[in-house]
Design a binder for this molecule. Structure first.
Ligand SMILES: [Zn+2]
Length: 464
């Protein structure tokens, strides 16, 4: 295939030829060979395929068929009750919701759900991805009853509240549910120019790796996947388009591990040849993660997921430690108005920093956290530049990136988020996307970008 009249960060006007999986020619003018497919970029930008450094493929695929239960679509208990009631009359079987947040109806439990949907099993996932809330019929389907307590459910006065933390694989086992096909999720990502993702689910092990490999083999999963996850993953496993990434360590301030246990886990991961990716949202989680990493010893590729709240002292510590940060600029857009209404001024300054990390020399990559965030990287790039919330208010103006550095969020090596930017080169793998406008106009209004062509490992996976 030949792409002509494209605009890259390095060349105002360039043509590129692919053959099989690779880029075989790159020059201002290339003549089509007999029978060659020619794509006219018409001056549009051509970039390395974007890599979403943090999402959850299985949850994203499942969410496509699920009910959205949180902001901004739903903002109060009545709206959630009405939505669930509508789904109740229009479908059957389990009702599966996602994206819940306390701002809708507080810490809801099985009894709240029973009042809204008494006659069908319901399960709703919190937008953190770490909590499920079941109604009583849902608990029954799982074989959980009031009497015995040999299940991982939260209990109050001996009775399960319907709330379950961090137990996705337990639920799947109990329900005998198979993992979802990834075709539609993959197509949606391809339409956005995404040719690679990092799956950041902490529970990923052999079953998940095999599922990704099978979906990739069947042609449904078209992105390259760096699979982070539990200690069960073995870095020697390979499959076309797949590789094993960091050990994902999920910190939750309400039930933190001991400092020594955390250091042991980090050291163990390093001994097995894997870096670690530590989930830290609160400042306490961030400080614990950095301190433990410094004590255990930092290895190349160690990373912090989210670093959602950081003081300038924390930014300095992260730089000193030599850690990568994978952040979600999209949350400033999606959740920013909520933050502005609910957080104290000193916290607002430290939310999802990008500019301060970048200025300090910390490598910053971006991931959408889909399905808990919108997977659109162009919206995220726009927000990383202008820091505007959904209603147009600016949150943390000093944290905006410049057009020079904003592409580093998505165009860096999957193993080193925010590190050296990948570029299109002869001999390199043909992972790329072509946009509907030149680069200069991308930065002026990134959220409006449409992707015309996406090529993943030499195959056209999206063509508008
Ligand atoms: Zn996540």
């Amino acid at each position: 295939m030949l792409i002509i009249k494209a605009n890259t960060p390095e060349h105002a006007h360039i043509a590129l030829r692919t053959d099989g999986e690779h880029i075989v020619a790159l020059a201002p003018n290339l003549t089509p060979e007999p029978g060659e497919i020619v794509f006219d970029a018409a001056g549009g930008a051509m970039l390395p395929g974007l890599h979403d450094h943090h999402l959850h493929l299985l949850a994203y695929a499942a969410a496509i068929d699920s009910v959205h239960c949180g902001p901004p679509q739903l903002d109060c208990a009545q709206a959630l009750a009405a939505t669930l009631a509508t789904v109740n009359t229009n479908s059957e079987g389990w009702i599966r919701g996602f994206g819940y947040h306390e701002s809708v109806a507080g810490d809801i439990d099985r009894y709240w759900l029973d009042r809204v949907v008494p006659g069908r099993p319901v399960r709703i996932q919190h937008r953190s991805g770490q909590l499920w809330i079941f109604n009583s019929l849902g608990l029954q389907c799982l074989g959980v009853d009031d009497a015995c307590g040999i299940d991982p459910f939260e209990r109050l006065d001996g009775k399960p509240t319907g709330r379950l933390y961090g137990a996705d694989s337990w639920i799947r086992e109990r329900l005998g549910a198979s993992m979802p096909a990834l075709g539609e999720a993959s197509r949606r990502l391809a339409r956005l120019g995404i040719t690679g993702v990092t799956d950041a689910s902490p529970g990923n092990g052999l079953a998940e790796f095999r599922h990704f490999a099978a979906e990739s083999e069947a042609g449904r999963l078209q992105q390259n996947v760096l699979v982070m996850g539990s200690e069960a993953l073995d870095p020697s496993w390979t499959a076309p388009g797949l590789s094993v990434g960091a050990t994902k360590i999920h910190l939750r301030e309400a039930s933190l591990p001991s400092f020594d246990a955390l250091c042991d886990r980090i050291e163990h991961s390093h001994r097995t040849g894997r870096p670690v990716a530590v989930h830290c949202v609160t400042l306490v989680e961030l400080m614990l993660a950095v301190t433990a990493l410094q004590t255990a010893g930092v290895q190349t590729g160690d990373r912090l997921e989210h670093a959602a709240l950081a003081t300038m002292e924390a930014v300095d510590l992260v730089r000193e430690a030599g850690l990568h940060v994978v952040t979600q600029p999209n949350f400033i857009f999606e959740r920013g108005d909520n933050y502005l209404a609910s957080l104290p001024a000193e916290d607002l300054q430290g939310l999802y920093r990008t500019g301060s990390f970048a200025a300090a020399g910390v490598a910053v990559g971006a991931g959408s956290d889909a399905p808990y965030g919108d997977p659109d990287p162009w919206r995220a790039i726009a927000v990383a530049l202008d820091r505007r919330t959904r209603t147009g208010r600016v949150l943390g103006a000093a944290e905006g990136l410049t057009p020079d550095s904003v592409l580093d969020l998505y165009c860096s090596d999957p193993q080193y988020p925010g590190g050296t930017r990948r570029s299109l080169e002869v001999g390199g793998v043909a992972d790329l996307c072509v946009l509907d406008r030149p680069l200069a106009r991308v930065f002026a209004d990134a959220a409006a970008v449409n992707v015309r062509l996406t090529i993943s490992r030499g195959r056209v996976v999206h063509c508008a």
